[in-house]
Design a protein around this ligand. Structure first.
Ligand code: HEC
Ligand code: HEC
Length: 256
């Protein structure tokens, strides 16, 4: 072995036991490229690197120090929303990221969900807790979510939340035939069996039309890493599917 620092680090990572049989460092099965990468990263940990001015450092992912404001901030902290949800890069990943929640959901739905959180995504391990908040507190939180947590990518009120019958019919055909969305979703609980994505029986009472439209056009841009397929859908197909989904208001609404 060369008596140089890089050669020493490399040997230590590749074969920790070569420095003594009783050492505790585990033996990893790393590729040559992985060993190289680790050696380079470790060599960069110098006094000089630690003392470089901010502008010359390479930024790693920084922990977000995001703070909500006002009365809502107090509630978000007191009720521990950060322990499960992420807002603007800060928080947990046990529940949906809420950074853009204000663009996606309708006010009445949000209020009802707060009072009585039902299961939307059967595959999640955690459930949204039912909080004993006053109506005033619920309104404070909801106003804050709807005002502050919006995506800059589009205006949530740019499309009507109602639709024409012809569009709805065309959307239904696209949904069941061309795109076979029922493979992952349920619109009609009597015949659909898609359990991978959330149930869409009430989606027209829950989401804004503009959110659904943008979701169908470019799901990854709204939730990076989502398994919703990006089909590079035409504007027309996305609009018809949006119309069909906005007509799904749930059984209760239909009976009214
Ligand atoms: C113990 C973990 C936990 C805490 C604490 C928590 N939530 Fe949730 N929340 C969840 C989970 C899990 C879901 C997703 C439920 C589902 O999809 O079935 C959820 C869903 C939501 C949704 C609906 C998201 C959507 O898909 O549209 C909103 C809004 C929300 N939470 C707001 C809050 C707020 C505000 C707080 C603090 C007052 C909070 N949550 C605290 C776990 C939590
Ligand atoms: C491969 C399975 C799969 C297919 C096929 C699929 N989806 Fe999804 N869909 C998902 C999953 C998973 C989610 C939840 C995404 C998330 O929260 O990351 C989702 C979410 C949604 C949402 C809700 C988005 C939100 O913000 O809550 C809508 C609306 C939707 N899909 C519509 C459709 C339509 C319309 C089709 C057919 C064109 C379709 N999906 C096909 C898996 C699928």
């Amino acid at each position: 072995m060369d008596r140089t620092l890089p050669a020493y680090i490399e040997a230590k990572i590749k074969q920790p036991r070569s420095f003594g049989a009783a050492l505790k460092m585990p033996q990893f099965n790393l590729t040559v490229a992985q060993v190289d990468g680790l050696v380079t990263a470790l060599l960069a940990q110098t006094d000089r690197a630690a003392n470089l001015p901010e502008r010359l450092r390479i930024a790693g992912p920084v922990a977000s120090k995001y703070e909500p404001a006002g009365a809502a901030s107090q509630l978000i902290h007191d009720l521990n929303c950060f322990s499960c949800h992420t807002f603007n890069g800060r928080g947990g990943d046990m529940a949906p990221d809420l950074t853009w929640e204000g663009s996606s959901v309708q006010r009445e739905w949000l209020l009802a969900f707060f009072k009585n959180p039902n299961t939307l995504r059967p595959t999640l391990i955690r459930r949204m807790p039912k909080f004993n908040v006053t109506d005033q507190e619920a309104a404070t939180l909801i106003d804050y979510i709807l005002t502050v947590y919006q995506t800059p990518k589009f205006d949530r009120d740019s499309m009507k939340n109602t639709a024409d019958a012809a569009d709805i019919d065309h959307g239904r055909q696209l949904y069941y035939s061309k795109y076979a969305c029922q493979a992952c979703h349920i619109v009609d609980p009597k015949k659909d069996k898609g359990y991978i994505g959330p149930t869409l029986t009430h989606v027209g009472s829950r989401l804004n039309a503009a959110w659904i439209y943008q979701w169908l056009k470019a799901p990854q841009s709204l939730r990076p890493g989502t398994i919703e397929p990006d089909r590079e859908m035409s504007d027309g197909d996305a609009a018809s599917l949006t119309a069909f989904l906005m007509a799904q208001k749930g059984q209760e609404a239909k009976l009214k």
